[in-house]
Design a protein around this ligand. Structure first.
Ligand SMILES: [Fe+2]
Length: 234
């Protein structure tokens, strides 16, 4: 790959990272759009359709449609990144700074894709956790009470910064742990399974709630699809 092509591709990736609704025509975006799209070969990821979530109480159509677009960008960039890295391996570019930077970028794009899928998949419910179910029982066992877990999870999601609050299950011991993820890729617990995932990037709530992240978290809890979260539990 020529250095010029690499810079164009990288600009396209960074555009999605910095995407803000209404500011689509950044210089980076224009630079990338000048490049012809390539067919993605192999096992390309496909964006899931979450239109069934439109109409969720506490989430405007504008907020959700923008969020779906952002998610689609992560799917597209994951595919582009895999394609570019594959080309670099074939072209003998391993060991170059370009290869290293794209490799570092993979966690951001892939986790941005996958975490949004966990998030949207655990929304669209009535927010009621079955007290006779195995997840409620496990939460009370590991946190002392449901209320203690909820306070810790909400506290995690209220931390300053952009990222995610995740209720994980340690696949080795089965223990549940609430964890903060910085951006999309920093702080994941190795070998743990996400059970409940909450997006606390500003794009997840600012259109509807401004700076009132706590109000968004209340709305999130009212729409949790606990059956989806429980199905992830081992
Ligand atoms: Fe998001």
């Amino acid at each position: 790959m020529e250095r010029r092509d690499f810079l164009k591709a990288l600009a396209g990736l960074f555009h999605y990272a910095l995407f803000i609704p209404g500011l689509e025509t950044t210089g980076l975006c224009l630079l990338y759009k000048g490049q012809k799209e390539k067919e993605v070969s192999g096992m390309a990821y496909t964006a899931k359709d979450y239109k069934h979530l439109l109409g969720m109480p506490g989430f405007s159509e504008a907020l959700l449609t923008n969020h779906f677009t952002l998610y689609q960008g992560y799917v597209s960039n994951t595919n582009k990144l895999l394609e570019l890295l594959g080309e670099m391996v074939k072209g003998g570019k391993i060991g170059t700074p370009e290869y290293a930077e794209l490799k570092r970028r993979m966690g951001f794009e892939f986790d941005g894709m996958r975490l949004h899928e966990f998030y949207f998949d655990n929304l669209g419910g009535d927010g009621k956790l079955d007290k006779s179910g195995k997840l409620y029982k496990k939460i009370t066992e590991d946190f002392g009470s449901y209320e203690s877990w909820e306070a810790d999870f909400k506290g995690t999601g209220s931390m300053r910064g952009i990222g995610w609050a995740i209720l994980y299950q340690d696949s080795v011991t089965g223990r549940l742990i609430n964890q903060w993820i910085n951006e999309h890729e920093t702080g994941h617990l190795a070998g743990c399974q996400p059970i409940l995932v909450m997006d606390v990037f500003e794009h997840a709530f600012m259109i509807d709630y401004g700076l009132k992240r706590a109000d968004y978290i209340v709305a999130f809890f009212k729409n949790i699809k606990w059956s989806a979260a429980e199905a992830r539990l081992k």
